[in-house]
Each structure stands twice: as structure tokens, then as C-alpha cells.
Write a protein that binds this ligand. Structure first.
Ligand SMILES: NC(=O)c1ccc[n+]([C@@H]2O[C@H](COP(=O)([O-])OP(=O)(O)OC[C@H]3O[C@@H](n4cnc5c(N)ncnc54)[C@H](O)[C@@H]3O)[C@@H](O)[C@H]2O)c1
Length: 278
């Protein structure tokens, strides 16, 4: 039987906590009795999110952080330790979405997507994992996506980053197991969730110009926007993460049957290419 991790009275750091899934995770961990350090790049939204938690009676502080900047992530850890004395759960969740055929997206656009979605998690892991390991306790999670489990058109940079997050967290899990560490890792792979991710353009840095968007991409984005609007509530995703932390589960899937079948499809293709050809 798996053991359970009791987080009540402990401290969590959540990035991208001002909106959507990050706010859902922060609220779920607060409900589980944790103090929250909420990090985000958007100051007004962050203040609003922190106020929301505090007015519901939870302990929360906000730390303005751009996760693509290593020094800012290190400053986030220092701020969390200064405020609460320890960090036990870390959710590397901040992310941005942008579409574009792989060869049309500019190098700056590729860099933006990889910097936030993948380097943001790398910085989080490199900064917080040593803290958790030193105290021999804790859980580190990161938000990937179904886009981290299978490929697809028009989101090549995003798929690349999200596959990287799955690979990274699987490596973290393997290294913790090798050491026999009680620290646990997990990876969240959501399907559609009704959040502001389709408005990620609000976070696009001024110096990252947008490529010329053609009709197929416009149609793709409009379909994606409708699919996400009808997606799962971020609060429900937050509860899945809180459950995974408590139950020490690695994979966190929002619609397991559907996502497992995408992975099985990939496996079937590998088998078809290698085992079934004469
Ligand atoms: N919504 C979905 O359907 C869906 C599906 C799969 C994965 N995801 C992933 O979930 C995570 C959360 O996204 P969401 O859907 O809640 O979108 P969201 O836009 O509602 O929230 C993302 C948050 O990250 C913040 N952020 C953006 N760039 C940042 C940076 N450089 N540093 C710090 N914070 C930054 C934003 O300000 C925002 O508050 C992302 O990693 C996203 O890729 C979302």
C-alpha cells in the first residue's frame, strides 16, 4: 500500500499562480492546510489572486517572478524560505501557449515558448530540489500537457517544451528513487482546461515579434479556443494535483482514458514501424 503525505501546516510554492491551473493548484493546496507562496509575472493578477486566498482565510504571499530568469527563481526560493522557513511542495506550473507551423515561428518565438515552459521548470527543479532533498521531505511537480505525451500540428514549440517537461520530471523521479530519497516528483498532463492560456499573448515580451499567421493556423487557434473554453475547471485540476501530492503519484492526467489512448497510439506506431514490418 502507498504511504500518504500529510501537507497540513506546510508550505507550497506555485508558479503561474495568478490565473487558471496555477490558481487552482494554490487554492487546493491551501484547502489542504498549506501556506502559499504564489509566483507570477503579472503583478496586478498576482495581487488579486493573493488577496482572494487571504480573504478566504488562507496564508498566502505573492512574489513577482519571471520563471525564465534563473536569478528570479532563486530569489523566489529565498523569499519563500524567509517568509515561512521551509518549502515542502513546489508546483512549477507557469506556462504560455502560442501556435505556429514549426518553420514559420521565429527563433524569438521558439525561445520564448521554450524559455518559459521548459527552462522555467528546469530553473524550478535546479533551485528547489536541493532544498527538498536537504530536508529529506517534499514533493516537486511540474505542469506539462497532453502535448507532452503526443505530437500534433501547429504547436510544435509547445509540444517540444512539454515533452521536455515530461522527460525532465521522469529523470527527477528516477534520480530520487536511485538515492532512496523520500522526496517525490510528479508531472501534470492536462487536456483542455478553461483558463487564460489562449490569451498568453498578454505575456509575450515586447521584443518577440509575431510571425505572419495564415488561415489554417487561424482556424486551428479558433477551434482550440472553443475546445479549451469547454474544458475542465482549473479548480478540479488543482484538486487532482493536491491528491497526487498526498498519494505520492507520479502521473497526473485529467482524462486518463483519453490520454492513455494517445500514448497507446504512439506505442502502436512504434510497434508497426519496428515489429510488424517484414
Ligand atoms: N489550459 C489548458 O488547457 C492547459 C492544458 C495543458 C497544459 N496547460 C499548462 O498549464 C499551465 C498553466 O496554464 P493555464 O492554462 O492555467 O493558463 P493561464 O494563462 O490561465 O495561467 C498561466 C499563468 O502563468 C503566468 N506566466 C506566464 N509567463 C510567465 C513567466 N515567464 N513567469 C511566471 N509566470 C508566468 C501567467 O501570467 C498566468 O498567470 C501552463 O504550463 C500551460 O502550458 C494548460
Amino acid at each position: 500500500m502507498n504511504s500518504e503525505y500529510d501537507v497540513a501546516g506546510k508550505t507550497a510554492v506555485v508558479t503561474g499562480a495568478a490565473s487558471g491551473i496555477g490558481l487552482g493548484i494554490a487554492r487546493a493546496l491551501a484547502r489542504a492546510g498549506m501556506s502559499l507562496v504564489m509566483a507570477d509575472v503579472e503583478p496586478a493578477a498576482l495581487d488579486g489572486a493573493v488577496d482572494q486566498l487571504r480573504s478566504d482565510g488562507y496564508r498566502a504571499v505573492g512574489v513577482l517572478t519571471d520563471v525564465s530568469d534563473r536569478l528570479q527563481v532563486e530569489a523566489l526560493a529565498e523569499a519563500a524560505l524567509a517568509e515561512f522557513g521551509a518549502v515542502h511542495v513546489v508546483a512549477n506550473n507557469a506556462g504560455v501557449g502560442a501556435s505556429g507551423p514549426v518553420e514559420d515561428m521565429s527563433i524569438e518565438e521558439w525561445k520564448w515558448i521554450i524559455d518559459v515552459n521548459l527552462w522555467g521548470v528546469i530553473h524550478g527543479v535546479r533551485t528547489f530540489l536541493p532544498i527538498l532533498k536537504r530536508q529529506d521531505e517534499g514533493h516537486i511537480t511540474a505542469t506539462s500537457s497532453v502535448a507532452g505525451l503526443a505530437g500534433g500540428p501547429m504547436l510544435g514549440a509547445y509540444h517540444t517544451a512539454k515533452h521536455g517537461v515530461v522527460g525532465l520530471m521522469d529523470s527527477v523521479r528516477a534520480e530520487l528513487a536511485l538515492l532512496g530519497s523520500p522526496v517525490k516528483a510528479s508531472v501534470l498532463c492536462p487536456g483542455p482546461v478553461a483558463t487564460n492560456v489562449v490569451r498568453s499573448e498578454r505575456n509575450r515580451p515586447d521584443d518577440v515579434d509575431r510571425h505572419l499567421v495564415g488561415e489554417p493556423e487561424k482556424r486551428f487557434w479558433s477551434r482550440l479556443t472553443s475546445t479549451l473554453a469547454a474544458g475542465m475547471a482549473p479548480e478540479a485540476v488543482g484538486e487532482l494535483v493536491a491528491d497526487a501530492v498526498r498519494l505520492e503519484r507520479f502521473w497526473i492526467l485529467t482524462e486518463p482514458e483519453q490520454h492513455i489512448s494517445s500514448v497507446e497510439q504512439r506505442l502502436a506506431e512504434i510497434k508497426a514501424d519496428h515489429l510488424e514490418r517484414g
